[in-house]
Ligand binder design. Sequence first.
Ligand SMILES: Nc1ncnc2c1ncn2[C@@H]1O[C@H](COP(=O)(O)OP(=O)(O)O)[C@@H](O)[C@H]1O
Ligand SMILES: [Mg+2]
Length: 361
Amino acid sequence: MPRLTARNLTKTFNGLPAVDQVSFAIPDGAFLALLGPSGCGKTTLLRIIAGLEQPDHGELFFDDMAVVGPGGMLPPEARKLGMVFQSYALWPNMTVRGNIEFGLRAQKHPPEERRRRIAEVLEVVGLNGFELRRPHELSGGQRQRVALARSLAMRPRLILLDEPLANLDAHLREAMLAEFRRIHSVTGATFIFVTHDQEEAMAVATHLAVMNRGGLEQVGTPEELYLRPATEMVARFIGKGRTLPVEVLASEAELCTIGLAGAELKVPGQAPVGPGWLCLHAPDLRAVAEDGHLRCQVVNQIFQNGCYASQLMPLGIDTDTISLPLPGRLPQGADVEITISGGWVIPRQASASLVGGYEFA
Ligand SMILES: Nc1ncnc2c1ncn2[C@@H]1O[C@H](COP(=O)(O)OP(=O)(O)O)[C@@H](O)[C@H]1O
Ligand SMILES: [Mg+2]
């Protein structure tokens, strides 16, 4: 049984949908990264899940319990969840211990239980010995650990993190990501982690949900979104993907025969005969001496990681450049032959049945 199920959640501000008919399900203990460009509705969706925002319509279930539905809304404090914000939101005049203890006192846990839980969560987030420090005596990363410890002390089954690493520098962000993954596996709680950085998301998540303009484009594992994108937006957003317009000539059992700038080739995919997108990543492409599937022209090259990262303009199709590492320097405008050894074909107009259609058994 999935732990968290959303059905048609919609929230409109001033007549504009910030969250638009969002449906998904994630299993208990998942680490879901919610990603998408700035302003696409991530924070609003998280606030609906937390109970800080009331959706115009739609339903939300934790296991079989309706949290939002025709029967009304369960208040935030009854949802057994923790929230961690970009801004940390710690009490500046309280020690680390005081910040963590605050919620435990509010829930009327006896002193012995409070001490036990504080020691436990400080151990989990790696802040033993910092009990008596105040927030201004901590680094950004340590403050974020305190915010997480404060949430964990309440033993939530669901933790919502809204761009928790946005205020940290790149090096610390990477270390904290590894920490979040470790803490997720130690606690067994379900995490929903909002980010606009897809590399950050791929690094920690068991599941990804990609949002765009309030709608959910696709939910699945990182591999599924990379290998089998449901929409052009997901194909381009994940793993620096590229899409080429193709004509699907035949289609059977997840194998499409496509026409691409005069060449004909078979590529895995799910698309009916008609206009399609061929979704590609750099490992699907290789430069060859002759008899490639696609002829391109070199637009520019930069020397990077020991080879030449090359922008190539495919000839004979109406598209933008593709990028590929090449072993050598070539003059601008030179021809390069490319073979395509993988990829995924989707319909040019992704049908609604493919979008957000991911359900867990
Ligand atoms: N309280 C609000 N009042 C009016 N508009 C809002 C409010 N909160 C969010 N919005 C709008 O809803 C859209 C989605 O915002 P948000 O959920 O914050 O996006 P994200 O977190 O993905 O950047 C934006 O266009 C934003 O301006
Ligand atoms: Mg936001």
